[in-house]
Design a protein around this ligand. Structure first.
Ligand code: NAP
Ligand code: G4F
Length: 319
């Protein structure tokens, strides 16, 4: 029988890859979309006719209840959030409301309308923040370093709490950074690959950046949405770390991206204090042994391949 899935954040990077995956698997896909003055459909242009859109916003409880009612989902993937860490210092209240309380709004909509639906929450390695253990795994204590990280931690624990309080099939995926050609241009990987393509094509002459020493565990978004789906296919709900198990500096990322276009990054990159954060997450490195063992999840795209794929996609788009 056809399964119904409701995805919040369908217009975002992960929402688009997850929608593709679920459509391939034969699901009927419903996407919660908020009203914008002009439609933002770039990531899902190619599949938009296969998705049933429902208007709503994480901040509007009634619209979420209606979305669950209309979609009658077997699975709910809560991917919507104010997801950019930098903005969370400029809009900390909005970030708390959408990235934190928005999770409760969505869980309540499911609990009141279709409590048997399986629920996925998009938790984040940002919750580890000023890490107390390396590598980070499911049992590592949290120490968030931004309003975004704090809001995600609330979303994580409320998901665990609804599982324990109401016996809901609610899972939290603690995903480390994952990227793709569909990544928003303010995030560091895409900011770099977009700039490399512009510099190569003579459309830009410098790239202003923040802290090049920060280390991240970067994977490919297309691989990570498979883990989301796998979590909801298990016998019991649980939480999982999803990561590559490798960490790289922002400088390494810059070097690979410029090098792939035949450019020397030192001639173009300028450090600008505007992009240095009030509190930094210096190092993220995940241990996803549990996901490998219990979900059978595996990584397909490595770091260097990912960055080259993004540079190539930006060159193609801009040409
Ligand atoms: P993204 O590209 O920024 O997408 C965010 C989505 O949320 C967009 O569709 C956006 O809609 C929607 N949204 C924002 N506020 C909303 C609201 N109030 N009501 C309804 N929809 C709203 O993020 P992503 O990279 O796909 O990440 C997906 C989720 O995973 C996010 O929760 C993120 O925090 C989390 N996460 C991401 C990573 C990563 O490395 N990518 C790692 C760990 C966790 P508009 O198009 O209208 O703006
Ligand atoms: O690409 P970023 O903005 O990602 P960040 O802060 O790690 O957050 C992303 O990953 C999280 C998972 O760990 C998600 F939950 C979250 O939603 C988001 O997807 O920055 C990565 C690193 C930071 O250390 C930052 O300080 O790059 C450093 N950086 C250096 N220069 C820069 C820049 N980041 C940005 N965005 N822009 C710069 O110019």
């Amino acid at each position: 029988m056809t399964k119904n899935a409701l995805i919040t954040g369908i217009t975002g990077q992960d929402g688009s890859y997850l929608a593709e995956l679920l459509l391939e698997k034969g699901y009927k896909v419903f996407g919660l979309r908020r009203r914008t003055s002009v439609p933002i459909l770039e990531n899902i242009e190619h599949i938009k006719n296969e998705i049933e859109f429902i208007d709503g916003d994480l901040l509007d409880q009634g619209s979420l209840i209606q979305a669950v009612r209309v979609s009658n989902p077997d699975e709910v993937y809560n991917l919507a959030a104010q997801s950019f860490v930098g903005t969370s210092w400029i809009q900390p209240v909005l970030t708390g409301q959408s990235t934190g309380i928005g999770v409760t709004n969505m869980l309540e909509a499911v609990r009141l309308t279709r409590p048997e639906a399986r629920f996925y929450q998009a938790s984040s390695s940002e919750m580890f923040g000023k890490v107390v253990e390396t590598p980070q795994k499911e049992t590592t204590p949290f120490y968030p370093r931004s309003p975004y990280g704090v809001a995600k931690l609330y979303g994580h624990w409320i998901t665990v709490n609804y599982r324990e309080s109401f016996d809901m099939f609610a899972c939290s995926g603690i995903l480390f950074n994952h990227e793709s050609p569909r990544r928003g241009v303010e995030f560091v990987t895409r900011k770099v690959t977009d700039a490399v393509a512009r510099i190569k094509l003579g459309l830009q002459n410098e790239l202003r950046m923040g802290n090049l020493d920060a280390k991240r565990d970067w994977g490919f978004a297309g691989d990570y949405v498979k883990a989301m789906w796998l979590m909801l296919q298990q016998d019991k709900p649980d939480d999982f770390v999803i990561s590559t198990g490798e960490t790289h500096t922002v400088e390494e990322l810059v070097e690979i991206a410029f090098g792939h276009a035949g450019l020397n990054w030192r001639e173009y990159v300028v450090i600008d204090p505007k992009f240095v954060r009030p509190a930094e997450v210096d190092l993220l490195l995940g241990d996803c042994t549990k996901a490998k063992d219990k979900l059978g999840w595996k990584l397909e795209v490595g770091f260097e391949e990912l960055i080259k794929m993004m540079v190539d996609a930006d060159l193609k788009r801009l040409r």
